[in-house]
Design a protein around this ligand. Structure first.
Ligand code: SIN
Ligand code: FE2
Length: 209
């Protein structure tokens, strides 16, 4: 895509409306085992504006005491995270062609008005060569991406329900965030808002040859 970092890809409406419905059903089912919870920033304890859960062997969590990390269990109820739905693993295979599957799928729910996600780089994974794949469901959002350094110019792209974004190559280590959610524009998410699913490979696959 013009002017976007190399390795950035956007697949508008990758998932049809009925596929989006079934992803939402998977999120709802997963939330029975691993309910959405309010994460907090390292050190300050400031709550993030989104609420979170995860699918996968590893889930990304954050809190005041221990900061950003991956955990095998839910921080509040100790349950393992539900498995990553097949439709998402199939997406990963389709858009990355990467030789290892993701262990983690973070679920961010922009659940109320004025939720956003500050500019950041995903750096808690050991395998930074593996792409990050993200799925947008529900209300549209303004996604922003800049360069590898904090600050500087950013480009915006409005993401709609069913869209997929891939951060591979140079884009994998670029700052990105969500500046605005167009709250109330979609009826897909039962209690409203936007759900973002972000798959990541955490550990480097050991060579067996
Ligand atoms: C993130 O990068 O953590 C979320 C991106 C998104 O919600 O689209
Ligand atoms: Fe991110």
């Amino acid at each position: 895509m013009d002017d976007f970092p190399a390795g950035f890809a956007h697949y508008p409406l990758y998932f049809s409306p009925s596929e989006q419905q079934s992803l939402i059903a998977s999120v709802k089912a997963g939330a029975l085992q691993a309910p959405f919870y309010q994460p907090t920033m390292p050190r300050t304890g400031t709550p993030l504006s989104v609420v979170m859960s995860n699918f996968g062997k590893l889930g990304w969590v954050t809190d005041k005491e221990k900061g950003y990390r991956y955990e095998t269990t839910h921080p509040k109820n100790g349950n393992p995270w539900p498995a990553i739905p097949q439709a998402l693993l199939k997406l990963w295979d389709d858009v990355t062609g990467y030789d290892a599957r993701p262990e983690a799928c973070l679920i961010n729910w922009y659940h109320k008005e004025k939720t956003s996600m500050g500019m950041h780089v995903d750096l808690d994974e050991h395998d930074l060569r593996a792409p990050v794949v993200s799925v947008s469901l529900g209300d549209p959002a303004m996604f922003r991406i800049g360069g590898p350094k904090r600050g500087g110019a950013t480009k915006g792209l409005k993401l709609y329900s069913g869209d997929v974004v891939v951060l591979a190559g140079d884009a994998r280590i670029c700052h990105h965030g969500v500046s605005k959610v167009f709250y109330g524009e979609s009826a897909l998410v039962p209690k409203g808002g936007r759900i973002n699913l972000t798959m990541r490979r955490v550990n480097i696959l050991k060579q067996t040859t």
